[in-house]
Write a protein that binds this ligand. Sequence first.
Ligand code: NI
Length: 224
Amino acid sequence: MRAILILAMFAMLGTTLQVQAHEAGDFIIRGGIANVSPDASSSALILDGSAIGRSEADVDDNTQIGLTFTYMLTNNWAIDVLGSTPFTHDISAATGDLGLGTVDAGETTHLPPTVSLLFFPAASSSRFQPYFGAGLNYTLFFDEDVDSQLEGVLGRGSLELDPSLGLALQAGFDYKLTDNMYFNAGIWWADIDTDAEFEFASNRITTDVEIDPFVYMVSLGWKF
Ligand code: NI
């Protein structure tokens, strides 16, 4: 009987001493490397009101420092914010029937803050904490620049990209390394659509661009 009691006490002690991974009230900051990889497609380029046949704009990928902030609302639900240093993307254009081939059109810098609600299905005692979530992405483009070679052909130009607000989905996991430190890997998909407008000395080119990128991030996290 005494042996059973002692075992029961150890079992209870074990439960209370069991380290919790993610708990209501935890604040987790993660820092790492984030890559924005656009899956871009666009409408045809419109030159002074008429569409150029077989033309299209494309957007390159870029890697920056990524930061995420997660606040555990309960043991399973959290609010998450993705931030980063600004991403700069090259924009190219297939000029199709205009006959200039594929040209560098310019570049743009953007910040893609994303706010999501996350669900962590695992028990809070688990070292491995997968999660998935959904939220909103806001992308603000700035420092748009027209390629100098293109300006050589069409005259001095400017580029403007409209801000985008859209759905964002994400999944990932935290793996507990120590009491307060995690390894994290995550992936986002964001619906980022924008109108691009090139203004040159005597021409105006517009196109609707669906950037719809995947964002990949690997990071280390600290729990507070
Ligand atoms: Ni889209």
